[in-house]
Design a protein around this ligand. Sequence first.
Ligand SMILES: Nc1nc2c(c(=O)[nH]1)N[C@H]1C(S)=C(S)[C@@H](COP(=O)(O)O)O[C@H]1N2
Ligand SMILES: [Mo]
Length: 254
Amino acid sequence: MSGVFTRRSLLSAGAAGAGGLLLGGCDRLDGDPAWRHLLGLAEPLHMGAQRLLIGRGALAPEFTAAQLSPVFRTNGNTQPDTGEWQAQAASGFAQWRLLIDGLVRRPLALPLAALQALPQRSQITRHDCVEGWSAIGQWQGPRLAAVLDMAGLQPAARYLVFHCADRFGGSPYYESIDLIDAYHPQTILAWRMNGAPLAIGHGAPVRLRVERQLGYKHAKYVMRIEARDSLSGLYGGKGGYWEDAAGYQWYAGI
Ligand SMILES: Nc1nc2c(c(=O)[nH]1)N[C@H]1C(S)=C(S)[C@@H](COP(=O)(O)O)O[C@H]1N2
Ligand SMILES: [Mo]
């Protein structure tokens, strides 16, 4: 996690590596995005460090059915209190629609059946909550990428915001990710968990699984996915409920 690498240790590691590179020609170093990052020219350290050292495209570990946790606890809100979601739950989510809007060419309102009809991905992964617990579960759903391709992102789109049905003290839960995580192969809109439709407590009818990040990024009760060019001006401006409310890091890569 973020505490492992300091700017100082990265700079010295980079300097050591640079010695070898320099032998091969310093022009190569100048254009190297990783090196530009170490010089402080690129994005914030934590996110850049992950991309540099292990790659943001790397897969999260997957497990076997024998390794599934016997109990996968619920956390945070376990039942939205908004009337719209409650009415939809009462009718088995028959009227539920996932809205895809913002910077897309074709705004969509997808019923659950449309998500179920897309090619499915199933993965057994470990969920890590910052509060200090982990659990291994199986998740199934279409890749977020498939839904984004249906809607067609506009060129200015940089972030996907997940608007949820639940609130804490009147503030809606929301989360956001960038396009690297949105198109990551393990980023799915999960409607099944452990071989059964997603339970209410785990985010029915659909939740985000963004397996390379901590638990709070995995938005439950997703109602709307909004493509944006910036996160500023949205609620507290930090890109997520816990980021705004408690200073959690927006990029929660593990
Ligand atoms: N909409 C919404 N999504 C949420 C939360 C929440 O309270 N509301 N809690 C987050 C946190 S902190 C964790 S650890 C996981 C918990 O998921 P689970 O209830 O399936 O264990 O959901 C995340 N996504
Ligand atoms: Mo969490």
